[in-house]
Write a protein that binds this ligand. Structure first.
Ligand code: ACO
Length: 331
C-alpha cells in the first residue's frame, strides 16, 4: 500500500489589499467591529482582469517548482472552488488550458471551505490505487465579485477574501509518511444557513431583471448558527482523525483549520487544549478565502518552518453545505 504526500505547495493572492477602513467607506461597519468579531484586518480582492484560473495558475506554478515538476507531468487536476471562470464548464478545465496540458482529466469539487480537504481525500484514493502518480490539487476562490457591498450585506462581505493555493501530490512507499487518514462529512439539512439562493436552476427563467434587483443573488449566512456548528464540528473531526490513526492531540505539531473567524480558531484551540502556537492562523491578513484558505496556510507554515520533515499536521475544515472534514498528515 502506498501513501500520498504533498511534495509541492504554493499560494497566490491578488495584489489589491482591502483594509477594514476601505470597507468603512462602502458600508456601515468599523475596523473595531471587524477586528473584534473576526480578527480580520485586511483581505486581498481581485482587480479588473484577474481571473480565477489565473490565481490558480500562479499558485500551481509555485507548487510545481517546489515539487521539481513541470505542468506536463500532471496526470490529474482536482479543482476545489465554489466558482469557475464562467457559469460552466468547471474551473479545472480553464486551469488545464492555461497549463497547456490538454487530455489531462480535470475534476471540480464545490464543497466550499471543505473543498481542499475533500480534494485531498480524493487525490489520496487515486494515489493509493496506483491510478495516478502526480496529482495537482487546487483550492481557489474569488468571493469579492459576488458580495453585497452595502450595509445590508455587511455581516458576510467583511469576512471574505480572494486567493488560491495549490498542492502537488505524489506517492511514497513509506507507510508512516504522507496522508495517514481522511474523514469527510456533510449535512444538507443546513444548506440554507450559509448559501447563495440564486441564480437557481429551479427558477424559470433562471435569471431575470427582477432577480438581480433582489438580495437572493448574494451569499447569506446565519452567522451565530454557523459559528455554533463550526466550534463543535472542528474538534470532533480532528479527534476522529487522531483516533483513526492512533494518535492523541499531544502528538500534533500543528493544526491547520480552515480560516473562518479568529474566534472560531481560538475556540478550537481551547477545546483541544492546545496553545495558539499549535493552531495556525493567518485570517488577519486574508479573511476567509473558502477553498483556498487551507493550502494558503500550509504554504505559509512550510515557509515559516512550522511544518518540517516528520511533522504531524492535522487539516480541518467546516463550511457551507454544511460540510466538514479532516486529514492527518505525517510530513
Ligand atoms: N459591521 C458592523 N456591525 C455588524 C456587521 C459589520 N460588518 N455585521 C453584523 N453587524 C451587526 C449585526 O447587525 C448585529 O447588530 P444587532 O445586534 O443590532 O442586530 C450585531 O452586529 C451582531 O451580529 P451577529 O451576526 O450576531 O455577530 P456575530 O458576533 O455572530 O459575528 C460573524 C458575525 C463574524 C459572521 C460570526 O457569526 C461568524 O464568524 N460566523 C461563522 C462564520 C463561518 O464559520 N463561516 C463558515 C465558513 S464560510 C463558507 O463555508 C463559505
Amino acid at each position: 500500500m502506498r501513501n500520498s504526500r504533498i511534495t509541492g505547495i504554493g499560494r497566490h493572492v491578488p495584489d489589491r489589499v482591502i483594509t477594514n477602513f476601505d470597507l468603512e467607506k462602502m458600508m456601515d461597519t468599523s475596523d473595531e467591529w471587524i477586528r473584534e468579531r473576526t480578527g480580520i484586518q485586511t483581505r486581498h480582492w481581485v482587480r479588473e482582469g484577474d481571473t480565477l484560473s489565473g490565481l490558480a495558475y500562479n499558485a500551481t506554478m509555485k507548487a510545481l517548482d517546489m515539487a521539481g515538476k513541470k505542468p506536463g507531468e500532471i496526470q490529474f487536476i482536482i479543482f476545489a472552488s465554489l466558482a469557475s471562470d464562467h457559469e460552466f464548464p468547471g474551473g479545472g478545465c480553464f486551469l488545464q488550458k492555461k497549463l497547456g496540458i490538454p487530455g489531462v482529466p480535470a475534476m471540480d469539487i464545490r464543497n466550499a471551505c471543505s473543498g481542499f480537504v475533500y480534494g485531498l481525500s480524493v487525490a489520496d484514493q487515486f494515489i493509493k490505487t496506483g491510478m495516478y502518480d502526480t496529482i495537482l490539487l487546487v483550492g481557489a476562490e474569488i468571493q469579492s465579485t459576488s458580495l453585497d457591498l452595502t450595509t445590508r450585506g455587511r455581516d458576510v462581505s467583511v469576512i471574505f477574501g480572494d486567493g488560491a493555493g495549490a498542492a502537488v501530490i505524489t506517492p511514497t512507499e513509506k507507510e508512516e509518511k504522507g496522508v495517514l487518514t481522511t474523514h469527510l462529512h456533510a449535512d444538507g439539512t443546513f444548506a440554507d444557513k450559509l448559501w447563495a439562493d440564486a441564480p437557481s436552476v429551479n427558477d424559470n427563467p433562471r435569471i431575470s431583471k427582477a432577480l438581480v434587483e433582489t438580495d437572493r443573488i448574494y451569499p447569506k449566512m446565519e452567522g451565530r448558527f454557523v459559528f455554533k456548528h463550526a466550534v463543535t464540528r472542528f474538534p470532533e473531526v480532528i479527534h476522529e482523525a487522531l483516533a483513526a490513526a492512533g494518535y492523541t492531540k499531544d502528538d500534533l505539531d500543528l493544526v491547520i483549520p480552515h480560516q473562518a473567524n479568529r474566534r472560531i480558531t481560538e475556540a478550537v484551540a481551547h477545546q483541544l487544549q492546545l496553545g495558539m502556537d499549535k493552531v495556525y492562523s493567518n485570517i488577519e491578513r486574508y479573511g476567509n478565502t473558502t477553498a483556498a484558505s487551507i493550502p494558503i496556510a500550509i504554504s505559509e507554515a512550510v515557509e515559516q518552518g512550522l511544518i518540517k520533515e516528520n511533522s504531524l499536521v492535522c487539516l480541518a475544515s467546516f463550511g457551507a453545505g454544511f460540510t466538514w472534514a479532516s486529514a492527518l498528515i505525517r510530513w
